[in-house]
Design a protein around this ligand. Structure first.
Ligand SMILES: *[C@@H]1O[C@H](CO)[C@@H](O)[C@H](O)[C@H]1NC(C)=O
Ligand SMILES: *[C@@H]1O[C@H](CO)[C@@H](O)[C@H](O)[C@H]1NC(C)=O
Length: 317
């Protein structure tokens, strides 16, 4: 082939790759014991006033509140101890990535999430030292077994979402400003009941994925046995192409929110609290017995299923 045709062919090849969209490369493949390397343990007082005591890594290992083996990482609340009324809360775990991320895709392959009255689990991202001005992205969150999953952004003032968006979930508030609407943020409820709590666990879990760049933030969910799980997600591929993932569950465009300005470099955080500002406040409407704090203090065995089982966390950049 004449050399100018070669050049034309190469040019066509690169144009096509570009049209096919953005691909991201695997930067963190966190599996099993890898969670101990990728995360720091935050033995802090729960900022959301939950009935928990977050422990350090040595304690979580010795109490078996975290446990890694093969392709499983378990993170749980204590389910053995009766608590006195005035003393510290139920032992639990909050972990934060050592690395921070700006433009990235995060994929969470989750087999099981914490369930039970009083539980408030979350997989989310923020810039802790600069909250809420550095932004917060809640990828997985809910309370007291109330499905479906709730996705939300929380920011400083001047960031909101348009009402009509290309997503499968349902809008809550549109203003992301943490200082209004009781810090509800701009939320989206997923359309799948099995995206949270007992229905999620009964289905063997599934995949959550979040893509953040300066144009948008999107969240997807695929139940474990769904025929629509993209193969790059299912296989934990070296590269992912989010253009092949279909309509997201939640879509936050930059049309009324300068994402580059409202979102700093984020750590990924996984925490499990009990009661507190959200789970405690709506406990009575959740069909749960007694009061939240009393239930946590006196029913340790009810927290046997209050655990995450992660098959993997993969970050692409
Ligand atoms: C620790 O937790 C794991 C996962 O739940 C479990 O398989 C294992 O038996 C537990 N070990 C002990 C000593 O309880
Ligand atoms: C985790 O802590 C943060 C505050 O630092 C809070 O916004 C989030 O809702 C908490 N979630 C849980 C489940 O503890």
């Amino acid at each position: 082939m004449p050399s100018y045709l070669c050049i034309l062919a190469l040019f066509a090849y690169f144009s096509v790759t570009r049209v096919l969209g953005v691909t991201y490369s695997l930067s963190d493949n966190v599996v099993g014991n890898g969670f101990y390397d990728a995360f720091n343990w935050e033995a802090i007082d729960d900022p959301t006033h939950g009935r928990v005591k977050y422990v350090d890594q040595a304690t979580s290992r010795s109490q078996n509140l975290t446990y890694a083996s093969g392709d499983s990482f378990i993170l749980r609340a204590d389910f053995k101890t009766y608590l006195g009324n005035g003393g510290p809360g139920r032992q639990s775990v909050r972990i934060l990535t050592k690395r921070t991320y700006t433009t990235h895709v995060a994929v969470f392959d989750v087999r099981h999430m914490p369930q039970g009255c009083g539980t408030w689990p979350a997989i989310w991202e923020t810039a802790e030292s600069n909250w809420p001005n550095g932004g917060e992205i809640d990828i997985v969150e809910g309370v007291n077994d109330q499905a479906p999953n709730a996705v939300a952004l929380h920011t400083g003032s001047g960031c909101s979402m348009p009402p009509g968006r290309d997503q499968t979930g349902t809008n809550g508030q549109l203003d992301c400003n943490a200082a209004v609407n009781g810090n509800a943020g701009c939320g989206v409820r997923l359309s799948e009941q099995n995206s949270y709590g007992p229905p999620f666990n009964n289905n063997g879990g599934g995949w959550f994925a979040m893509e953040r760049n300066n144009n948008f933030i999107k969240v997807w969910f695929w139940p474990r046995n769904s025929g629509s799980v993209p193969s790059d997600v299912r296989n934990g591929a070296q590269r992912v192409n989010t253009d092949g993932w279909g309509k997201p569950a939640a879509h936050f465009p930059n049309t009324q929110c300068n994402i580059a300005q409202h979102f700093a470099a984020h750590n990924i955080i996984i925490n499990l609290t009990l009661c507190g500002d959200w789970a405690g406040n709506v406990y009575g409407q959740s069909g749960c017995p007694s009061t939240c704090v009393d239930y946590v203090n006196n029913n340790p065995s009810s927290f046997r299923d209050a655990y995450f089982d992660f098959a993997a966390m993969r970050v692409y950049q």
